[in-house]
Design a protein. Sequence first.
Length: 114
Amino acid sequence: MDYCCELYVYYSVGDFYKIYVGKNRTDPDSVYPCPDFMDDSISKEQLKAEYDKHMESVKNRAMEPIGLPYDGESFNAKTPERAVEILKELKELGYIFPDYVIEEIEAEAEKGEL
């Protein structure tokens, strides 16, 4: 929700990683920050007001094509190692996503959680 990630990555029921690559990007600074729903110090009313500001800015944001080779593509990776390979390639090409996406998959693989 912070527009700092151009991928959607998850471990699928079919025992593989699914990686979706976005088609468009926006300047994250053009979007009002999404509130932290886990912050207990924010009242429900304040949380709703902040979320409404966020959603209004999302409606008005400027979008542009990413313009890289895999825009709009999706990948299936049967192993965490293959998922990491794909993610590293996407990162090298210039797709924007947090480093922890790769780090978490590597950690899961090391622990044998998958």
